[in-house]
Ligand binder design. Sequence first.
Ligand code: ADP
Ligand code: MG
Ligand code: MG
Length: 937
Amino acid sequence: MNTPIHALPPSAQQPPHVPKYVYRFGAQGTEGGAGMKDVLGGKGANLAEMCRLGLPVPAGFTISTEACALSTRDGAGVLLAAIEAEVRAGLAHIEAEMGKRFGDANDPLLLSVRSGARASMPGMMDTILNLGLNDAAVIGLGRKAGNERFAWDAYRRFIQMYGDVVMGLKPTSKEDSDPFEVVIDRVKAHKGVKLDTDLDTTDLQELVQGFKALIRARIGRDFPTDPWEQLRGAVLAVFESWHNERAVVYRQLNDIPESWGTAVNVQAMVFGNRGEHSATGVAFSRDAGTGEDLFNGEFLVNAQGEDVVAGIRTPQQITLIGSRRWAELAQVDEVERQARYPSLEELMPTIFQALLQAETLLENHFKDMQDMEFTIQEGKLWMLQTRNGKRTGAAMVRIAMEMLAQGLIDEPTALLRVTPDRLNDLLHPVFEPAALQAARPIARGLPASPGAATGQVVFFADEAEAWAKGERGDGRADGRAVILVRQETSPEDLRGMSVAQGILTARGGMTSHAAVVARGMGKCCISGAGAVQVDLKARTMRIGALTWHEGDWISLNGSTGEVFDGRIPTRAVFESDLSGDLAALMALADRHRRLAVRANADTPQDALVARRLGATGIGLCRTEHMFFQGDRIRAVREMILADDEAGRRKALAQLLPMQRSDFDGLFRAMAGLPVTIRLLDPPLHEFLPHDEAGQQAMARQMRLPIAQIRQRVEALHEFNPMLGHRGCRLGISFPEITEMQARAVFEAALNVQAEGLAVEPEVMIPLVGTLREFSLQADLVHRVAAQVFAEQGAKVAYRVGSMIETPRAALVADRIAQGAEFFSFGTNDLTQMTLGFSRDDAGSFLPAYLHHGIYEHDPFRSIDQEGVGQLVALAARQGRATRPDLSLGVCGEHGGDPASITFFHRAGLDYVSCSPFRVPIARLAAAQAAVIEASSE
Ligand code: ADP
Ligand code: MG
Ligand code: MG
């Protein structure tokens, strides 16, 4: 192994049958390029591409991902034997180009050994810098550079990184500090200084001795002095880092296959820490936050590696304009800015120009926003990395639309550049960034519904309402911002939820009641924050040892699930119509998509929001939500308590005008568009209070003995309400309920039509399993329609259709289609019943199921294509076989999930229906599905 490197044969002499593991890059000959990410990894592929474009990149070579797979399969020994000759040849290539030799003590070639998988996994794997140093080479490096301190600083950094990554010297527990930092702190304390930069050459030499002693003591081996041995160790360790825990978890979260492996990039070091004419930095071709087409970035003079991102020193801005903007935010005056924080543009104008050219070249070449790393060594610019930059939702939209306008990309590409879910970022209030930085997170739950909310804690829905309206018990009228904190929510909390800024629940998953309702309202919600302990008696919320009382301020970030103490001001990013780039993106999406997008909306306000966001109809109006508004609940309860049909009809007669006015509002709001109204669905006990206090209040209000109420609640009790007396089973038992609802629909439709507005009512029968079940209800609806039309001497076109939400309905869809004019897939119930998972209880085992890969995604969030999807496809096919013009839609939560939308597109459905605030997401997802399909044809 100690053969001098320069004496080794070049790779050209290898026999041709040997597989190729090493690909060179540099000014003098590059193998591979951007198209080879699967072999070279993203970093290696783009380093090669930059060389091809003639940009200054320190010479190097990439060991392919296939070598990683080889070492995983056959072990380190086999790997090293397989690649040794190629690696030595690669080193010779670097030596030739850089004019230095690896292991030369007088003027050593130093290397960086970097990791880079096919997909970028920022910070998940390891990098080692300054490799090749030892006690002799450090002297040569210092002498050659004319800078001893630089050489010793490089050496101590190298030992630190190598000791950690290769030799495995890590903190023993997560409470421990980094053992190397302990040594640094000791030396600093001894010297009486605070900053790393205050350490002189002698101190750094002391650090090197201290580090080596530490390694010997803790690892039981000496730090390797032989550069070749160092290189072998580093290459193996970087391959190994593919399997470290961080990387494994990141892959799981991002659906990156285990089998890909990482590549290893071995590259000549260039030094940003060679003095005042050296620097290191990162740059973006556009603003990753706003998407503005403005070159920007940060750098540090006389620094190395990750110093910029590590936040040890305040970095400087690359452009003058960026520097001025920064100074304004940081409240640094112009004199101080110029003296202490000049931009690269001012400080090194020639280098700045070169960087600007590189940036333009790279963006035009890759046709996407670039995130670049560079180093300046003694007045010369070196490019170290470029990749497509990560960005906010707002930036995604703006960059896509501007690049389309600039002719850099075509329409399908622009559509695919925006991750649909990230449109959420644009549609909800956000925290003021500065205030957020100072805020203290206190707990974390599920990011159930995005947005930012700040308000005073209340524990009861009715109090939330009172506080929000400004009617407190103490007579103060000062409408307050409230956060409703609950163990979990129930439909009774609806009004309290609707007036709250945000909702926090201790229990419940992403499809819990609170979550579904909050998303429907576009209201910030965090669910399942397990650490939150609600004490309703004491009116407190405890998290660990801390307690918050009613009226205390907290803030929620519904996009991340973080709960903060105190009040964080918010800013509405989106309030009314879609505008600007987002509107343009939506128009583009509409031109490409085939699926229509409707909204699930129960009120005219929701319907108007949905319409503004581009919904072309209501796919689901849940009539029961209307039953909770105002005094209606009283009439509903009267109906439930009635002993006979006559009693029920009396109560229903009170409800009729209210339902009629609800539908009136909806039809008006959606004039010219279809409105699908679902008949009453939930079990009746949901409308009765279950607690003693509630029952007492109800007894008082209705002037009934409490025993009677208790009795009815008990009579309605079900062991499994999800599979109980609900859906069309209600209408079959109590046809008068269906009659009232149908009457309300048709009377409202005629009213609105009489004003000259077009109405398209669609009546939907829930939870159907057989044709007969459907027909009993449908016939009733038709009969009521005929009656109303006869009474009023006017008609309106309408349709009656069936939900497909029991597996049986899907299986006999051909028969149900004999009666139903449309199908709407209720994928929430269909999922529950097909999987046999109660969605209100799945939270207890679903995490384990996801962990074991039994299901890839939460089946309530993204449709189980393999199972539930088959039922959808089958029902669609069978239904259309019976009735070719059968209209097919989806009204479950899945209607707003991009992956599910892709599936529904392929299954040939006509529309999806989702929460109003997800309408833009669905429009984009539907366009992406169409664009992808078109490109694969
Ligand atoms: P990551 O994938 O985590 O970004 P990198 O491999 O890009 O890790 O390395 C981290 C940093 O190390 C780079 O940003 C760069 O500053 C520094 N670095 C890497 N290679 C070199 C090199 N050849 N010369 C100088 N600095 C380098
Ligand atoms: Mg990097
Ligand atoms: Mg249902």
